[in-house]
Design a protein around this ligand. Structure first.
Ligand SMILES: [Zn+2]
Length: 275
């Protein structure tokens, strides 16, 4: 069982961004700059506390390009995901959108993020309670307010993740990195291994054994289905799925860089550049 407290507060200083990891005003300010620079469209799905939960999408979606979704910030203390997305965005330019229909959910749980704790202000877990009943999106007793917002827009998110979903988490108990990955195969393929290796460039891989009661082999927990957002989208038809876990016991900026790198690799694998 998990020993983490959902309300234990975590905050780290980032030299890259010159602020604390919980500085939500700074986060939104820099996000807005990147959104403007890249010409992303913004669609507010609803509110979490006083903050909007917004889906950003690349402009002029192309029928022949893959639809890829990257999400982060489900758990408030896993701050290197959202900051890693900012770092990733700062390194791309709009020409990328010639070959991918990119959708982004940068910060799903803003009330947890600004306090540096795992759950939302109401004490709900924003990454549980995403289910399908007879093929239709449905909530259950575990669904958070943020989860209800996402489920209300399930069709939009299912379309946005048709060719792949990457969701970036962290594990504050770990010094090593690992991933949950989903592929339509019996064993992890290039998708799982390349994204794992993008993280493995920064941190040692988790030891063979169990994490949260699940078997981890070579840093990969493979095709494990639960009621998480990423499982839900894979069940809904997303061809590839990945939940990355950077180690919260490592230096914050290294975790930011690792999250940025796994996002770049996700695109390199599923929307490769053609020469
Ligand atoms: Zn998490």
């Amino acid at each position: 069982m998990l020993t983490r407290s959902p309300f234990e507060r975590f905050s780290w200083h980032s030299d890259i961004f010159d602020c604390q990891s919980t500085d939500i005003d700074r986060f939104y300010l820099q996000l807005e700059e990147e959104v403007q620079r890249l010409g992303l469209s913004a669609r507010t799905l609803g509110k979490a506390g006083s903050h909007p939960v917004t889906l950003y999408q690349s402009p002029a979606q192309k029928a022949q390009a893959p639809n890829l979704l990257i999400s982060s910030g489900f758990h408030g203390e896993e701050a290197a995901g959202p900051w890693g997305m900012l770092h990733f965005l700062s390194g791309i330019d709009a020409s990328l959108f010639e070959r991918v229909n990119l959708s982004l959910l940068p910060l799903v749980n803003p009330t947890g993020f600004s306090r540096g704790h795992r759950f939302n202000l109401q004490g709900q877990n924003p990454n549980r309670g995403y289910t399908l009943e007879g093929g239709r999106p449905a909530s259950n007793d575990d669904t958070s307010d943020e989860g209800k917002l996402l489920l209300e827009h399930a069709r939009l998110l299912q379309a946005a993740s048709r060719d792949g979903i990457l969701t970036c988490h962290e594990d504050v108990l770990e010094e090593r990195t690992y991933v949950y990955s989903f592929e339509p195969s019996q064993l992890p393929g290039q998708f799982s291994l390349r994204l794992r290796d993008a993280l493995g460039h920064y941190f040692p891989l988790a030891m063979e054994g169990e994490i949260d009661g699940l078997a981890v082999k070579d840093g990969v927990i493979f095709n494990h289905f639960d009621t998480s957002f990423e499982s839900f989208l894979v069940r809904s038809g997303a061809r590839f799925g990945m939940c990355s876990e950077t180690p919260g016991k490592q230096v914050f900026d290294q975790r930011v860089l690792a999250n940025s790198a796994v996002m770049a690799e996700f695109l390199a694998v599923l929307a490769p550049e053609v020469d």
